[in-house]
Design a protein around this ligand. Structure first.
Ligand SMILES: [Zn+2]
Length: 614
């Protein structure tokens, strides 16, 4: 760390007359991390927000400012601030420092780092005044902002409360008192389902949910008979304050939240949802299921929970009594034998995984579409992975990978897949790789040529066919087949290829019944059209010879460039922007004449697509 930087920051803070005092403390022990002797610099003082002087703790751990300074607000907060806690961006898990509790403030609500990283004083000023003060003001004065931020941050907020459960002495939890509740205290839920999560309270088969252990310990709990509830809250409802839940977690001798408190809280949020929840719970109790796992799904974000019903099942409560207690029609006595626990979760639902990149960009994706990728080689390997990331095969869609080739050692140098796939069919290997990387996709592979009738029959009803074979003979034969189908219902056909040694990549989009050129229009030797629209007129590629076959070596980047070009066209096509249909993207080292991207009308004498063709 830099002493000069520390002195300059101290001088600056002193000049603000904010009574900051410099002190040092050992690095606090974080959950799950070991104690360290590293020093962090701390300043303690008063920051005025509105009329309220707040005691804040500013800590700088990293003087290179890759990690920004941390800011904490000392508890207890002024009374009128306490009333609205807990809120997003402040806590909820307090940190202890010199025997006092502080709530961490998340002041960076967006990535707009308009700061100079090499100027520590500027950074501290930015943290305190540009960021923290305005965030605090907005949080405490603007109820609407508070609500919107809570909804936006609902999953991390929920998980913040989960860690609150660990404030209880852990050895006590582990040894005696709480273990009888059959607690899943260390588990997180992997939320992986392609089902429509919009329908409320859909029960999932158990195998659709995975549990992983936060500490990678054996999962002995999964043996218990367990029911799964999914409760979706889609309506624009006013989310109730989490105060009652937090207060439960703050009580002594309780690990988790009494079920009655949670039920009341849910009822305040949405009485219909509460009704569903209560009737599901009664069913679980009647079938003597001791453990219930579940998710509240709030605008696509899963809030995982578990409920232990064991003590309630062992009690002599009657169903009518339980019903009354669940619906708040009588005083609670039995219901509090059941406990509710919050859990962190991993959201692997297609709604989250495949839409996230496109959120707020108003971009469509491939979910629900049927897409065929022909050729899983140097272009197709990268393209298949990126189509999957665009949601191909998600939510009722399908992605079919077609390639008769096997991976050879000569492919390794420029293919997305590596050594482990050597000798495997490329389409199958790519399918496995996509499944390995991404969840919940419907993918099939064909290890035969696209020109086999079984494959052609399969793909002619698709939405999109992508030809990434980069083999002119196959492309032309495919083009001929395509034009022999009943044109009005044809899929869209996209060809993509690499020119010469990778100086440029090109693509051609062909739509059903369109007046524009097909692949064969462009490719007729000696025809003036061939020369006119040649992206590399007069250029002679460097060829290489290997045994009896010649091949054209090209840059490692060429396959990726072609895949990127195809991906961009797919996005444009989804937005109904097919123009320009014939595109050329040059690498920077191409010095020759450049052909602009354009639409080309079909050749009147094309033997495939011309209306005169026979
Ligand atoms: Zn044509």
């Amino acid at each position: 760390m830099s002493i000069e930087a520390e002195i300059s920051v101290s001088k600056y803070l002193y000049s603000l007359c904010l009574e900051f005092r410099f002190s040092r403390a050992p690095k606090p022990i974080r959950f799950g991390s070991s104690q360290t002797t590293d020093n962090i610099s701390s300043w303690h003082g008063t920051l005025k927000v509105g009329h309220d002087p707040l005691t804040v703790l500013l800590q700088i751990e990293d003087w290179d400012f890759i990690t920004l300074p941390s800011l904490y607000i000392k508890m207890p907060l002024p009374l009128h601030w306490q009333k609205i806690l807990p809120i997003a961006h402040l806590g909820p898990m307090p940190k202890l420092w010199h025997d006092h509790a502080y709530l961490p403030l998340c002041y960076s609500l967006n990535d707009a780092y308009d700061l100079t990283r090499h100027n520590p004083v500027h950074i501290v000023e930015w943290v305190l005044f540009t960021k923290a003060k305005s965030v605090l003001q907005a949080l405490f004065n603007d109820e609407r902002f508070r609500r919107e931020e809570l909804l936006r941050e609902i999953k991390p907020f929920w998980e913040g409360l989960f860690y609150y459960q660990f404030l209880k002495p852990l050895d006590e939890v582990l040894t005696k008192k709480y273990i009888k509740h059959n607690i899943f205290y260390k588990d997180q839920l992997v939320f992986e389902t392609s089902l429509d999560i919009c329908s409320p309270s859909k029960k999932l088969p158990k195998h659709k949910l995975k549990w992983t252990n936060l500490f990678n310990e054996p999962q002995e709990h999964i043996e218990f008979p367990t029911r799964v509830l999914l409760i979706s809250i889609q309506k624009e409802t006013k989310i109730p304050s989490f105060k009652s839940l937090l207060e439960e977690l703050q009580r002594d001798n309780i690990f988790g939240i009494r079920l009655s408190i949670f039920a009341r809280w849910l009822q305040r949020w949405d009485s219909d949802i509460h009704q569903l929840f209560a009737s599901d719970l009664l069913e679980c109790w009647e079938s003597k299921t001791p453990s219930v796992l579940g998710c509240l799904i709030v605008q696509g974000q899963p809030l995982a929970f578990s409920i232990s019903l064991r003590s309630l099942i062992l009690s002599n409560v009657t169903i009518s009594r339980l019903k009354k207690e669940l619906f708040g029609k009588t005083a609670i006595s039995y219901l509090d034998l059941a406990y509710f626990f919050l859990h962190p979760s991993i959201n692997l639902s297609p709604e989250f995984v495949y839409r996230r990149n496109l959120k707020n960009m108003n971009q469509p994706n491939l979910e629900g579409k049927k897409v065929a990728l022909i050729g899983c080689g140097a272009i197709g390997g990268y393209l298949g992975l990126s189509l999957a990331r665009l949601g191909a095969g998600a939510l009722g869609g399908q992605l079919s990978l077609i390639d008769p080739d096997t991976m050879g050692e000569h492919n390794l140098g420029r293919h997305a897949l590596g050594m482990s796939t050597l000798g495997h069919n490329k389409a199958k290997a790519l399918e496995e790789e996509i499944h390995h990387q991404l969840p919940a996709l419907n993918i099939t592979h064909f290890s035969q040529s696209v020109l086999e009738s079984v494959v052609l029959e399969e793909i002619r009803s698709y939405d999109l066919i992508i030809d990434a074979t980069a083999k002119m003979t196959v492309s032309e034969a495919l083009n001929e087949q395509y034009h022999s189908w009943s044109l009005t219902t044809n899929p869209t056909l996209l060809h993509v290829w690499i020119r010469a040694n990778g100086e440029c990549v090109q693509s051609l989009l062909v739509e059903p019944n369109s007046p524009y050129a097909c692949r064969s229009c462009l490719q007729r030797a000696g025809h003036p059209m061939n020369n006119e629209y040649d992206a590399m007129r007069g250029h002679q590629a460097i060829a290489a010879f290997l045994a009896c076959s010649d091949y054209t070596p090209y840059a490692v980047s060429a396959g990726m460039s072609a895949a990127a070009l195809a991906t961009d066209i797919v996005l444009d096509w989804l937005s109904n922007q097919s123009t320009p249909r014939y595109r050329t993207r040059y690498s920077e080292r191409w010095q020759g004449e450049k052909l602009p991207s354009m639409d080309i009308l079909k050749s009147q004498t094309c033997h495939v697509c011309s209306t005169n063709a026979t």
